[in-house]
Write a protein that binds this ligand. Structure first.
Ligand SMILES: [Cu+2]
Length: 156
């Protein structure tokens, strides 16, 4: 309670509220006279309004990662889906075998990324953004890859 705002400085909160009010007012009035009155005001208000909107849109997309379960056994990988479109994916590696496994992925825009080593029964997530192209998934533990824990997926 000892600190007070300097009297000379405008408070950011009030400025933001005023801007929002102005945008909302502009939106209401311009909806009636659709195109004639809006040209001078539209560019600046549109820019101000699109900032927060696109930010929340990005957050929504990140939260919408598709979950793909990768079941690991000796010595194979089984994916819960086989066709992929570009987007964000969370690969959930599950060690359903009797020895330790892990999951690695590599491909366009994704330098080799891997989970920690899993004990039997363990699981770990790997979230990546897939582009069009071919990606390889494999188990980087010992020689499991050459024993068969290796697969390719096509993103299109
Ligand atoms: Cu393995």
């Amino acid at each position: 309670m000892s600190r007070l705002l300097p009297p000379g400085r405008p408070r950011p909160g009030l400025v933001a509220v005023a801007l929002v009010a102005a945008v909302m007012t502009a939106g209401c009035s311009s909806s009636k006279s659709s195109s004639a009155a809006s040209p001078p005001a539209a560019p600046s208000t549109a820019t101000g309004a699109s900032g927060p909107a696109s930010a929340s849109g990005t957050a929504g997309a990140a939260g919408a990662a598709t979950t793909v379960t990768v079941t690991e056994t000796e010595y194979a990988l089984h994916l819960s889906q086989s066709s992929f479109a570009p987007g964000s994916y969370t690969f959930v590696a599950k060690d359903d075998g009797h020895v330790s496994h892990a999951l690695a992925i590599s491909g366009p825009g994704v330098p080799t990324t891997q989970t920690s080593t899993l004990d039997p029964g363990g699981s770990a997530n790997l979230t990546v953004t897939l582009q069009k192209g071919s990606y390889e998934l494999w188990c980087p533990v010992d020689s499991h890859k050459s024993l068969g824990m290796d697969t390719h997926i096509q993103v299109s």
